[in-house]
Design a protein around this ligand. Structure first.
Ligand code: FMN
Length: 318
């Protein structure tokens, strides 16, 4: 069975520039989730979200927009917005772990509130014909919270529930809890997608073997750290293409150029690329040295020199 691979959204990383370049150079992803839209009290869609979802910026890819809210009216507002752009599905984020979000009862802080979840889903299904899918953790405090939420979720014709097999309290630390995830598999009528720590072909094989009834897998950080991972999973190989670093180099230059045009001044582009290199470095031969070299580069010329040196080293020894 060929797995369906989905790109799990990372706010600040997987915007349309990244997605388009990724798809062009590496492939292997069937559908990309866009990072969440958050309204922050006003019924206004921020410009950066508008750009990210604009059909002309997503003409070659299959994209699913996402929202993070606990308010039925906000949800419906975003439904109308994405429908006006031609999307027919909206993914709902009940996974975000950050205290600023969870303390206001959103993201993974909402999983333990089935009645509020019901309110949002009721309005969405009563007042629109959008297809709703979910992306959630198993709870905030403990992984049983989701089990109490399933009866509510089961009332609605959700397309699927993607589960990041952690709880909110963990943030991104500690291992995924596969035993708790296993309990979810039989506890809902909905189709589940697995998400969490697919960072290698080996890790993918172990997870897909254990959960052999699942055929949809979401990859987030692993796909930035190793952009070849999805296509290697699809081709069932652990071999990189011979020109691995040449391809990576072209990809890097493509996103650099686009972010450089979009962001003004040397500091924002430096911070943007440093963010990416925190992940890219992980699959170089010396992650610590690689990231240190990037951090040390204080201006665009020095950054270019650092990248060239890193890639030369990888091409020689990689
Ligand atoms: C910096 C960062 C930003 C994220 N932004 C989002 C987001 O916008 N929406 C979402 O559903 N998940 C978001 N996530 C969670 C990831 O999509 C994913 O569920 C999580 O990292 C676990 O999967 P992974 O181990 O494959 O990365 C974010 C994670 C990180 C580290």
């Amino acid at each position: 069975m060929t797995p369906v691979l989905l790109s799990s959204p990372l706010q600040g990383f997987t915007d349309f520039r990244f997605r388009n370049a990724f798809h062009h150079y590496f492939g292997g992803i069937d559908t990309f989730y866009a990072p969440y839209i958050r309204l922050q009290g006003k019924m206004v869609i921020k410009n950066s979200y508008q750009l990210d979802l604009a059909p002309e910026n997503n003409s070659t890819l299959d994209i699913i927009p996402q929202v993070m809210t606990n308010d039925p009216d906000e949800f419906l507002f975003v439904v109308k917005y994405v429908q006006s752009l031609g999307y027919n599905e909206l993914n709902w984020n009940l996974g975000c772990p950050y205290p600023m979000v969870t303390k206001s009862g959103m993201g993974s802080g909402m999983i333990c509130q089935p009645a509020k979840i019901d309110d949002v889903l009721h309005k969405a299904h009563n007042e629109s014909d959008i297809v709703v899918s979910m992306k959630m953790r198993m709870g905030y405090e403990n992984p049983e919270e989701i089990l109490d939420t399933f009866p509510i979720l089961d009332k609605y014709p959700l397309k699927n529930i993607a589960i990041h097999a952690r709880i909110g309290k963990q943030l991104y630390k500690g291992p995924v809890d596969l035993d708790a995830f296993e309990k979810c598999v039989t506890a809902t009528k909905h189709k589940l997608y697995y998400n969490g720590d697919i960072t290698s072909v080996k890790a993918f094989k172990e997870i897909s073997k254990r959960f052999s009834t699942l055929d949809h897998f979401m990859i987030g950080r692993g796909l930035i750290a190793d952009p070849f991972l999805p296509s290697m999973i699809k081709n069932n190989t652990e071999e990189y293409p011979k020109n691995r670093w040449e391809i990576f180099s072209e990809f890097h230059d493509t996103i650099y150029q686009q972010y450089d045009e979009y962001l003004s001044g040397p500091t924002p582009i430096k911070m943007k690329m440093q963010g990416f290199w925190q992940y890219f470095a992980e699959t170089t031969s010396n992650p610590h040295k690689t990231f240190k070299a990037i951090k040390k580069a204080q201006n665009p010329q020095k950054y270019r020199q650092a990248v060239d040196k890193i890639l030369r080293t990888e091409m020689e020894f990689g």
